[in-house]
Design a protein around this ligand. Structure first.
Ligand code: AMP
Length: 176
């Protein structure tokens, strides 16, 4: 994708200061979603990267990760797995707890959604402290999945989430 297209995406992402708590600058992606061309470009970033790998499934994170993960899985014709906040999944689930930039929570994944040896790309909208994705990677590995790469539209580099995920491979398209 051209540097100009990447910059248009960057320009569309809106900073919302003090949301959801004082001191947090929230990266609001809804202006990207509501623009057809930009939404497609954001999905294409993930898609083009996924096409460089042999993968079996996309695992995506509640809730904005679903927006990108589902589109990529559809395009590739591969399965989609949801990692959700505690209490949302109906069937037997694995659970991992984590801390994030503005709170603490637990994530869950159905025990039978990833099979041993399956090659996985993890997708979320944003990498901040890495707590959420660390718990997602823990869940994927616990059931025997092979993490090929974790992909994010946005990375807040100053929060050092990438270091927290080390040695897992991390790719992000817009760095702040
Ligand atoms: P973390 O666990 O700290 O890496 O936080 C990542 C998760 O929290 C992602 O699912 C994001 O959607 C959300 N998140 C954390 N910080 C922000 C932020 N500043 N703006 C938007 N979303 C955020």
């Amino acid at each position: 994708m051209s540097p100009e297209s990447i910059e248009k995406l960057r320009d569309a992402i809106r900073d919302v200061p003090d949301f959801p708590k004082p001191g947090i600058v929230f990266k609001d992606i809804t202006p990207v979603l509501s623009d057809g061309a930009l939404f497609r470009q954001s999905i294409d970033l993930f898609l083009e990267r996924c096409q460089t790998h042999q993968i079996d499934k996309i695992v995506c994170i509640d809730a904005r990760g679903f927006l990108f993960g589902s589109a990529v899985a559809y395009q590739l014709g591969i399965g989609l797995v949801l990692i959700r906040k505690k209490g949302k999944l109906p069937y037997k689930s694995e659970r991992a707890s984590y801390t994030l930039e503005y709170g603490k929570a637990e994530m869950e994944m159905h025990i039978d959604s990833v099979h041993p040896g399956e090659r996985i790309v993890l997708i979320d909208d944003l990498l901040a402290t890495g707590g959420t994705s660390f718990s997602a990677i823990t869940l994927i590995k616990r059931v025997g999945g092979v993490l090929v790469e974790a992909q994010f539209l946005i990375e807040l580099e100053f929060l050092k989430g990438r270091a927290r995920l080390d040695p897992s491979p991390v790719v992000s398209f817009l760095k702040y």
